[in-house]
Structure formats: structure tokens, C-alpha cells
Design a protein around this ligand. Structure first.
Ligand code: ATP
Length: 446
């Protein structure tokens, strides 16, 4: 058996970017037209990875909890929504333009920007004064241009949750404390999209708004911090790459009482992947005011009428996918000097769970029969092209936890070889027990 002599984790983002394009995890959107800055497409492997991540979040945050309901709202909300939420007035970043090269930058992120290419005798930019730039993407609704009204693509998925609060609480017959969650696209016209998918203009968020009595806000803020950290640990992020960072007083959004970022150590430094926020009663009070509807609650026992407090957990699906890709990336130097690139995803999140790899095309019949059986439970890839060692390497790069190889003895002894991704260990198992074996292995923590 081959074993790894030395392992190396990801150091340069470029290595990951090129693997992601080559293997079809993620690549620039509209690539044939030269791409479009801040927009990315997920290919077959990336779409599966992202789907598995969202399913795990939904499972932990919605399905396992009697006190959380899931929704799926429209991307475009009534424009008053964004006035009430403060986005029309406040959702902006300071930007500066270089008068020489015409490039635009965030005024608070000028450290390390590329030098000016247009000035003579200096590579320093000739910046304008900072101006505020609203990050919401606008569109028009209505058939004719004159009659059309401006609308916004949602800048965060939580505002429609507040709009729907009363309806969902009544329909689901929930009592305070309870939460409403959704996963979906959000759009921000970021001034400088960068670091691969980390800062994009179109991205997905998975958000929970948890509504509680004012006397319990600290308790729930603590509770959700703990839950969310446990989730990131379940993704395999070790303590050396995961930390929480409370916001300083001057960093807090104008409505927030407390906020904690969950940060992951990317090759470009510690960066936020999730925020846990105590938003107080800001959102429900504002939407109550702007809509003229009473979004308060009357306690059935004490008859106290109050506006619930909101604890929010807001995770970027794409940023977490990026952290999963960074975390999984491992280069191993094998005995004999060969290098193997292996994506060590947690087994349950891997895009493909099992590859069926018959030793020869002549074994197609039993191999396809096994494939058909396994497809009922797993995402399966069938590969009979090229030598078996090369096929294993291709699955290592895709992060596939198991390969099952049917060989010429299989018809005689009713067994096939199961090869595990990380240890590269191989064992021969009875064909009829393979599906059950894989189920057990894929559910166990990696
Ligand atoms: P940042 O300071 O990095 O711009 P933020 O504090 O504005 O992020 P939030 O508004 O709290 O972010 O959004 C919650 C989550 O949504 C973030 O933790 C992040 O994972 C994700 N997110 C926000 N902006 C982007 C973006 N431009 N691209 C990808 N994900 C994003």
C-alpha cells in the first residue's frame, strides 16, 4: 500500500483557483465572454458541494428544531422594505477613484492595492476624496420605462423574514421564542470583488432570525453563538483555523447591541464567514412603523404587549464553501516521490460519495449493476477510462471518499475492492454488503 510521507495544506489561492476551474468546482461566470467581475458559476462538483452544505444547515437549523420555521421568499421585496431597514440611507461603502487609471477602490481597504499603471514617474494613485456608494443593486419593475418603478435585488435574505414575521408565526402557530430561517441569493454591488468567491456581487446567505422576549436576549445570543460554532466544527474546521471575534463598540451597526464574527483562517488571512448579531427590536419596529401594521406580540398569560428582540445568525454559503475547499486541499508527497492532490472534504459533504471503477471495460455488466444499486442512495460516478491508479487520483482530486473496484475475481468470490480516500487503504468486501457499509461509513464523522 502507498502511504503519504509528507502533507502540505493550501498556501497559494492560485493553486485552488486553478483546481476549481480544471475540475469544475467553481469558475468565472460567462467565461467565454471573458468573465464578469464578482460573479461565479458552480460546476458539477461545486454545485453538489454547495447543495450538501445547504442541506446540512437546513437540517441542523430548521428540521431538527421545533422552534424554527423555514421560508423561501421572493428576491425582490416591496421597495419600502429597504427604506424601513435603513439600506437606502445607510448601506454604502466609502469609495475613491484614481483620476489617472480610473480604477475604483474601497477607501477603507487601500492597503496592498495594485499600483497605478497610468501615471508617469510614480506608481501612486491620484485619489479623489471618498464618496459614499450604495451597494444595493437596482432594477426596474413595470412594462414601460416611464411607468416603471425602482426596485432592489435583496442585499440580505433577512428583510423578507421580518416582512413575513406575523404571517409565518400565525400560520405555523409558533410562540415566542421561535425563529424563521431561509437560504437564498443576495446581491451587493461590491466596489472591489476579490479573493476568488470570498467577496462576490451575487452570493448566497443562510440566515436565521430568532425572536425572543427582551429579558432573554443575552441567553439566546449565547445559545446561537454556541450552535453556530458547533456547526463550523462539524464542517471539520479545526481550532487553529476557526475563531470568534466580538465587534468593538465602534464597529457595531447603528441598530445592533452586540455582534460576533465567526472567522476562518484563509491563505489571505482571518476573515468573516458568519455573523451572529443581536439586532434588538430595530427591524420589527421599523417595519411596523413603515407598513402601519402592528408587529408586536401580546403575551397570552401576562397580557404584556411588546416588540420581540431579534438574534440573527447569518452565514455566507459561498464563503463557507470556499473555506471547505481551502480546508480540504492537501498535497501529499508519497513514498517514491510522487505527489498526490487530495480534497479531504468531510465525507458527508463530498460532491461524489462513491466512484465505481471496474478494472476493465469487459466488467461493465456487473459494474453497472452495482452502480445502479448505489445510485439509489448516493451520488455515484462511474469511471472505466484509463489505468486504475490514474482513476483513483482523479477521484482524490474530486474528494470522493470511496472507490469500489470490480475485478475479474468478483464474479467468482462475490467481492469487490473498496478503497478509502485519505488512508488509501483497500479492503475486499462482499458485493451485497457494500451499500450498507458505505452508508455507515459516510454517516460516521470523518
Ligand atoms: P463584509 O464585512 O465582509 O463585507 P458583512 O459584515 O457586510 O461582510 P453581513 O452583512 O454580516 O456581512 O453578511 C453576512 C454574511 O454574508 C457574511 O458573514 C458573509 O459570509 C456573507 N457575505 C456578505 N457579503 C458577501 C459578499 N460580497 N460575497 C460573499 N459573501 C458575502
Amino acid at each position: 500500500m502507498t502511504t503519504a510521507a509528507k502533507t502540505k495544506r493550501l498556501e497559494r489561492m492560485d493553486d485552488l483557483v486553478s483546481l476549481c476551474a480544471r475540475r469544475g468546482f467553481v469558475f468565472p461566470s460567462s467565461e467565454i465572454y471573458g468573465g464578469i467581475n464578482g460573479f461565479w458559476d458552480y460546476g458539477p462538483l461545486g454545485a453538489e458541494l454547495k447543495q450538501n452544505l445547504k442541506a446540512l444547515w437546513w437540517q441542523r437549523v430548521v428540521r431538527e428544531r421545533p422552534d424554527v420555521e423555514g421560508i423561501d421568499s421572493a428576491i425582490i421585496a416591496h421597495p419600502r422594505t429597504w427604506e424601513a431597514s435603513g439600506h437606502v440611507e445607510h448601506f454604502s461603502d466609502p469609495m475613491v477613484d484614481c483620476r489617472a487609471c480610473k480604477k475604483r477602490f474601497r477607501a477603507d481597504q487601500l492597503e496592498g492595492v495594485e499600483p497605478c499603471s497610468a501615471r508617469e514617474g510614480t506608481s501612486e494613485h491620484d485619489f479623489t476624496d471618498p464618496r459614499n456608494f450604495n451597494l444595493m443593486l437596482q432594477t426596474q419593475i413595470g412594462a414601460s420605462e416611464e411607468a416603471a418603478s425602482v426596485a432592489y435585488l435583496r442585499a440580505e435574505t433577512c428583510q423578507p423574514i421580518f416582512n413575513d414575521f406575523k404571517r409565518v408565526r400565525e400560520a405555523a402557530r409558533q410562540k415566542i421564542p421561535f425563529g424563521i430561517a431561509q437560504i437564498g441569493k443576495a446581491f451587493r454591488n461590491e466596489i472591489n470583488p476579490r479573493n476568488f468567491t470570498f467577496r462576490s456581487r451575487e452570493f448566497e446567505q443562510a440566515e436565521l432570525e430568532f425572536f425572543c422576549h427582551p429579558s432573554e436576549r443575552e441567553k439566546w445570543f449565547e445559545h446561537w453563538q454556541g450552535e453556530r460554532l458547533a456547526f463550523h466544527r462539524e464542517l471539520g474546521f479545526g481550532d487553529d483555523r476557526l475563531r470568534t471575534r466580538p465587534h468593538a463598540e465602534d464597529e457595531l451597526a447603528h441598530y445592533a447591541r452586540a455582534a460576533v464574527d465567526v472567522e476562518y483562517l484563509f491563505p489571505f488571512g482571518w476573515q468573516e464567514i458568519e455573523g451572529v448579531h443581536d439586532r434588538g427590536d430595530w427591524d420589527l419596529s421599523r417595519h411596523g412603523e413603515y407598513s402601519g401594521k402592528d408587529l408586536g406580540i401580546t403575551d397570552p398569560e401576562t397580557k404584556e404587549h411588546y416588540v420581540p428582540m431579534v438574534i440573527e445568525t447569518s452565514v455566507g454559503v459561498d464563503r463557507t464553501c470556499l473555506a471547505l475547499l481551502v480546508d480540504a486541499y492537501t498535497e501529499e508527497e508519497l513514498e517514491g516521490g510522487e505527489t498526490r492532490l487530495v480534497m479531504r472534504f468531510p465525507r458527508g459533504l463530498a460532491p461524489i460519495q462513491v466512484a465505481v471503477t471496474p478494472l476493465s471495460k469487459k466488467l461493465a455488466e456487473p459494474a453497472h449493476a452495482l452502480e445502479a444499486e448505489l445510485r439509489r442512495r448516493f451520488n455515484v460516478f462511474y469511471d472505466d477510462a484509463g489505468n486504475i491508479g490514474r482513476r483513483y487520483r482523479r477521484q482524490d482530486e474530486a474528494g470522493t471518499p470511496f472507490c469500489v473496484t470490480i475485478d475479474f475475481d468478483s464474479a467468482e468470490d462475490g467481492r469487490a475492492t473498496v478503497r478509502e480516500r485519505d488512508s488509501m487503504a483497500q479492503e475486499r468486501l462482499p458485493l451485497e454488503g457494500i451499500a450498507a457499509y458505505l452508508s455507515e461509513q459516510l454517516e460516521a464523522p470523518a
